[in-house]
Design a protein around this ligand. Structure first.
Ligand code: GUN
Length: 283
């Protein structure tokens, strides 16, 4: 068997064109959805992500404001910027790019973002709302993955869903969304005793660890749907996921490529969240 490729780029274009329509109708009411992205320091990967986020906003007709701060910015100065953005009525979504420099407490900064502008869905009250089944903002990567599974007509009710990686950004919110969709969810972490025994049970396997090749074809159930969230640079300079693509695609029914799978969907869902915030209007 050779797995079907799940084309995140094509689906993200569809999502973004729907966003553009919603932006036009907001503009007819005199509202321009605005996203502020705050980048502290010079992390090269973060710089690329932030540039891509701003470019996607501009293309879809949203207003974007990128605030670049030096790596020696104090936590107090960053909090002042967040407070100013909270009060700015032209800004509907605020995203502080992670990771932050080591001298800053990321949780403190995230909690300072107004929960109704927290388009990342990382604020503790948004995490709580998601956990209790009343989400305000769904974190963009898991939200994008749910859209991909929906577009692929993957049946989730009663399905075995296994997630590898239990981060606040991907693994944990992914577990909540799959659970809400009726899947039986297993959330694996770096201490999981026999990872293959878990992943081989999965009808839907989501891998988000940042460890290239952690999942290989022999760890995948024939016919599974495999979602690879990893973006890693291989020794020869290629972008590779967390899943060993060649061996996995011989076993899976469908798989996301890297690049061109989950990545483009994450940005598209950020635009969706920002438009939703603008549609909701002032709190
Ligand atoms: N760093 C890596 N992924 C993300 C994300 O989705 N949001 C933010 N704010 N930072 C990130």
């Amino acid at each position: 068997m050779t797995a079907r490729l799940i084309d995140g780029k094509a689906l993200s274009d569809t999502v973004k064109s729907d966003v553009s329509k919603r932006v036009l109708s907001l503009k007819e009411q005199g509202i321009v959805p605005g996203l502020a992205v705050v980048l502290v320091g010079e992390d090269p990967a973060s710089q690329v992500y932030v540039r891509n986020k701003a470019a996607a906003c501009d293309k879809a007709g949203l207003h974007s404001r990128v605030i670049r701060l030096a790596s020696d910015t104090t936590e107090g100065e960053l909090l002042d910027v967040v407070h100013e953005l909270n009060a700015d009525t032209t800004i509907h979504g605020i995203l502080v790019q992670l990771p932050l420099p080591a001298h800053m407490d990321a949780s403190l900064v995230i909690e300072a973002i107004s929960a109704d502008k927290d388009v990342d869905g990382f604020h503790i009250s948004n995490a709580g709302l998601l956990m209790t089944g009343q989400p305000l903002f769904r974190p963009c990567t898991p939200y994008g993955i749910m859209k991909m599974l929906e577009a692929e007509n993957v049946s989730l009710r009663g399905a075995e869903a296994v997630i590898v990686g239990a981060s606040n950004i991907v693994g944990k919110p992914m577990a909540m969304l799959l659970l809400a969709a009726g899947a039986t969810v297993t959330l694996c972490n770096s201490k999981t005793r026999d990872l293959g025994a878990q992943t081989r049970r999965a009808d839907v396997l989501v891998v988000a660890t940042g460890k290239p090749g952690i999942v290989t074809g022999d760890m995948i159930k024939p016919g599974a749907v495999v979602i690879d969230v990893g973006i890693n640079r291989s020794a020869d300079g290629r972008l590779v996921g967390d899943v060993d693509f060649e061996s996995a695609k011989a076993v899976a029914a469908a798989i996301t490529p890297v690049p061109g799978g989950v990545g483009p969907m994450t940005i598209a869902m950020l635009l969706v969240n920002t438009v939703e915030a603008a549609e909701r209007g002032p709190a």
